[in-house]
Ligand binder design. Structure first.
Ligand code: BEZ
Length: 241
């Protein structure tokens, strides 16, 4: 184990590095609060985002190629996220002037079918590493840079989904959008979503809590328009499809 794992990961008084302590919220935890300067002014999180879903994502650095492709893609999907009452917030351990200069340069790049890109979401200046430490965004791989983390936070400020990618692998932005849709669908329909679920496709009816109700569900499946694959795998139509 590297010596600095002590500094990064352990709340161990023998380490002597308590002020450098790195935490990571888990799924189901309240999203850690912070106040930060961004490319679009100060934000207080989660207070400024009350009633909204948020995709908080980190990237290793400004003016880096993979991150640039992620930003172009995210920026061009901003309306899709807005339609889901979802706001994007970026972060890297770079300064506000650096974020602003990078954004201006990205907006001039043409890539794939993307041109005239407008980046209209804030990017956190985390030179202090305050936010990245609270969200466990600095791993050994990145030295003092953040890795590619994604936190999907719901409209009540709860962490609902976490993804971590290394610097070398650009994220699938469509999967992030699909994951927001799947989370919102699971909430609305009191259901879970199967592998590769897309909006409009059947969802999974939750397993009833007792043997008797499991039996009843199978017996009444046709009447209730349920598609029973087995007693533990039962699909229902997406109520909004
Ligand atoms: C990139 O975004 O291209 C990148 C960032 C850090 C390390 C490697 C690649």
């Amino acid at each position: 184990m590297k010596e600095n794992n002590c500094e990064r990961h352990h709340h161990d008084e023998n380490c002597g590095y308590e002020e450098e302590y790195m935490t990571m919220p888990l799924i189901g935890d309240p999203a850690p609060e912070f106040t930060a300067d961004t490319s679009m002014g100060e934000i207080n999180f989660p207070a400024d985002y009350e009633g909204k879903w948020v995709v908080l994502f980190s990237h290793p650095g400004d003016f880096t190629p993979v991150c640039t492709t992620e930003f172009i893609t995210f920026a061009n999907m901003a309306d899709d996220f807005k339609a889901l009452n979802t706001e994007l917030i970026g972060l890297s351990i770079d300064s506000t002037p650096s974020h602003i200069a990078w954004v201006e340069s990205i907006e001039k790049i043409e890539w794939k079918d993307f041109k005239d890109t407008k980046i209209e979401f804030p990017i956190i200046n985390d030179v202090s590493m305050d936010v990245s430490r609270k969200y466990g965004m600095v791993h050994d791989e990145g030295g003092t840079a953040a890795i590619r983390a994604v936190f999907i936070i719901d409209d009540e400020g709860i962490v609902r989904l976490i993804m971590y990618y290394p610097a070398s692998v650009g994220r699938n932005m469509d999967e992030i959008l699909r994951a927001v849709k799947a989370l919102q669908k699971a909430d609305e329909a009191n259901a879970a979503t199967p592998a590769d679920w897309r909006p409009g496709e059947p969802v999974i009816d939750p397993l009833p809590g007792s043997q008797e109700s499991i039996k009843e569900r199978v017996e009444n499946a046709e009447k209730n328009n349920l598609d029973v694959k087995n007693w533990y795998l039962v699909f229902k139509e997406d109520p909004e499809a």
